[in-house]
Design a protein around this ligand. Sequence first.
Ligand code: 13P
Ligand code: SF4
Length: 317
Amino acid sequence: VQPDAAWREEVRRLVETHDAVLLAHNYQLPEIQDIADHTGDSLALSRIAASSSASTIVFCGVHFMAETAKILSPDKRVLIPDARAGCSLADSITGEQLRAWKAEHPGAVVVSYVNTTAEVKAETDICCTSSNAVDVVASIPADREVLFCPDQFLGAHVRRVTGRDNLHVWAGECHVHAGINGPELADRAAANPDADLFIHPECGCATSALYLAGEGAVPAEKVKILSTGDMLTAARSTNARSVLVATEVGMLHQLRKAAPEIDFQAVNDRASCRYMKMITPAALLRCLRDEADEVFVDADTAARARGAVQRMIEIGQ
Ligand code: 13P
Ligand code: SF4
C-alpha cells in the first residue's frame, strides 16, 4: 500500500463513514501524522480522546495509549491499526510487581507514567505523562512518600526538579530513549556549539545534559528537558537556528513542520521505536476496512484505573 492520493481519500472516507476521530502520536510515520485529525503527545491525545464527540476513536500509537482512551471513554469504540504495537517501558512493571512494591511502602502515593498497562493503572493513585509529571508530584503533600513508576530517567528528572527525597523510583526504561546516551549527546553538542538541546526526560542522556550545563560545556539556557508536545511549543519560540533533538526520530516531522527555518537533527538517528512504526499505511487501511483491532479493557480494571487517568488529564491544564 502506497500512501498516495487514493490511499488518503479512502482513509478519510472510511473515517467519516465510521463517525471516527483519527489520532496520531508524534512518533508515528509522517504519512500517518499527516492524515490524522489530531497529532500530539500522550497527554494532549488523552485529553482529545476524552472530550471527542466521535463514536469511534482510531488510535495511531501504541497499545497503552489506545487502552487509556478506552478507560476514559468506555462507551466509545476504540480501534488500533495493530494491537501488537506494545511498549518496552510499559512492559517494565506488572500489576503484581506494583502490588508487591506498594506492600513494602504502606501509605505511599503511587504515581504511574501513562506508559503502563491498564492493570498497573488500576493500582495507581495518579497517572502522569512527561509533560505534567512534575506538576502531578508537586500536587502531593510533601510529607507523603511517593512511588514513581516505571521510568527511572523521568523519575530522576522529577526528583531533581521537585527536590523530593521521599520519591522512590522504579528501575524501568524505554529501550529507545535509554539508548540515547550521554557520550553521544556530549559529542553532538560539542560539534554544534550554537544548537539548542531538546531532550525528552525518558532519555538516558537527560542527566548528562544537565551535567554538561553544570560543567559549563553547554550554556544552561540551551538545555531543555521537554515532552514531545512541549518541544513543539519551544520550537516556535526559540531564537536558535539549529536544534539537537534527543527523542524518538518520528518527532522530527512535526518539529520541521512547526519551524521550517530551524535545522533539527536527531542526537541518535537510530532512535526509532519499532512499535510505533508498526502502524503502517496498510495497517491503518485494514483497520478502517475491517474495523479491527478493537481495544477492550476489562470493566472492573477500567473502573479502578479511571480515577488515576482522570486526575492526570486535569493536572497541568
Ligand atoms: P510524550 O508524548 O508524552 O512525550 O511521550 C513519549 C513517549 O515515549 C510515548 O511513548
Ligand atoms: Fe514505549 Fe519507548 Fe516506544 Fe515510547 S518510544 S512507545 S516509551 S518503547
